[in-house]
Design a protein around this ligand. Structure first.
Ligand code: FAD
Length: 393
């Protein structure tokens, strides 16, 4: 895979982080091979929202308009209600920021469309990594047998259980269960519509919903769970039981969702890594800094990573030096966000009646101002300029 110009990369993982990295590297003049374990696009039953920092990263990568085209504005970031429907925070027109929400499968398709055919190999599972003077060699398994590929750079974008991370830092700690269980669903088109985004805060439980394209609504419920691994025969019935009596449109959203499409996951995050880079290998996205979903920043940070990586690797550069700069730029910010995302549920998912009562009361008194200032600090990020912009068509 090494090109005559010596500017080839392998990206392990074709999620949002891997595809964004490949798009950015292409923009910077690199040839990329993405190795994706899955045979088809995953997470069909889920959506997510993107904050302004992610949009800036997407613009730097040249895919901002693609993201806007498949997204729907949502007020979910600044609308908070109690289970009875009382507003703790109401979206303030002209003052609060709408986020952009979309269905994961739509975004996946939009990013894939930005890469030349043949750049993404599905059904290719990375199993090992070796660095040498010639570059970095990756072993991967396909239905047809085990293969090897060599490139100048390897980007580990293979998610929270990253094989690349474990190969490069074999002693890095395993993902940490955060005592949280999360259900996610998407309603059938038009079954409940229109819906403005909102979140509802109960004691030890947080429900959220936002519209996505196609007159569908993405919803989630996060709850406390002492141990990982417990599963339910009927997820929707369990969600309904936990939010029984909560305000509309929550019951309608559950009724409008096909039970078999509901996802249920334990929430883990990662302890800080000693570095995101080792020689010619870099990790990004969840492989580097998986975080709880409480700030809705995991994928936003992956987009920031991809933009910075591409900017550092653009032009006539020494690869290890450029990667070291990527590490210096990305680790402090993404670790700060990861840490905040770990701390947030201590209050926002507290099962204590005292903590819940106090925090909900203070939120109502403070209105949206405090939350907006906190969010603005989180979203303040200046994207880099990626060289050779004319290469991205
Ligand atoms: C409930 C929930 C809600 C969330 N909501 C939001 C939100 O609103 N906004 C937001 O910004 N973030 C959100 N996130 C976080 C976001 O989902 C992740 O941060 C993001 O998906 C990380 O992208 P990634 O590409 O780094 O990893 P992943 O999405 O995990 O992608 C990794 C890819 O690598 C592949 N892979 C794995 N191992 C291998 C291997 N050995 N070889 C080849 N391929 C491999 C996988 O199949 C996968 O395609 C949420 C997360 C959760 C759990």
């Amino acid at each position: 895979m090494t090109t005559p110009q010596g500017r080839s990369a392998i990206v392990a993982g074709g999620g949002i982080g891997g595809l964004a990295a490949a798009i950015g590297l292409r923009r910077a003049g690199w040839t990329v091979t993405v190795l994706e374990r899955q045979a088809v696009s995953r997470e069909a039953g889920a959506g997510w929202s993107f904050a302004p920092n992610a949009l800036r990263a997407a613009d730097a990568l040249g895919v901002g308009d693609d993201l806007r085209a498949i997204s729907v504005p949502t007020r979910a970031g600044a609308t908070l209600r109690t289970p009875h429907g009382r507003y703790l925070m109401r979206f303030r027109e002209g003052r609060d920021t709408t986020l952009l929400a979309n269905h994961r499968a739509d975004l996946h398709r939009a990013l894939l469309a930005r890469l030349p055919g043949g750049w993404v190999r599905t059904g290719a599972e990375v199993t090992g990594v070796e660095q040498s003077a010639a570059g970095v060699t990756v072993a991967y398994r396909t239905p047809g047998g085990t293969r090897q590929a060599t490139a100048d750079v390897l980007v580990g974008a293979d998610g929270i259980h990253s094989v690349v991370r474990r190969s490069v830092w074999p002693h890095s700690p395993a993902p940490v269960f955060q005592r949280i269980l999360c259900w996610r669903g998407v309603t059938e088109p038009g079954s409940v519509w229109p819906v403005e985004g909102f979140q509802t805060w109960g004691r030890g439980a947080r429900f959220g919903a936002h519209p996505v394209a196609g007159r569908r609504v993405f919803w989630f419920l996060t709850v406390r769970r002492p141990e990982p691994g417990l599963r339910y025969d009927d997820d929707v019935a369990e969600v309904r039981r936990r939010v029984g009596g909560w305000h509309q449109p929550i019951p309608a959203l559950l009724a409008g969702t096909r039970p078999e499409s509901v996802l249920c996951h334990d929430i883990f995050d990662l302890e800080p890594l000693p570095a995101y880079v080792e020689g010619r290998v870099a990790v990004l996205g969840d492989a580097a800094h998986a975080m709880t979903p409480f700030l809705a920043q995991g994928a936003c940070q992956a987009l920031e990573d991809a933009a910075v990586l591409a900017a550092e690797l653009a032009g006539d550069i020494d690869v290890p030096t450029a990667l070291a700069r990527f590490d210096r730029s990305r680790r402090p910010r993404s670790q700060r966000v990861r840490q905040l995302a770990r701390q947030d549920p201590a209050v926002s998912l507290s099962t204590s009646p005292v903590v819940y009562g106090l925090a909900a009361g203070l939120t109502r008194l403070a209105g949206g101002g405090v939350a907006a200032r906190k969010a603005a600090r989180l979203w303040t990020w200046t994207p880099p300029v990626i060289g050779q912009g004319d290469r991205c068509q």
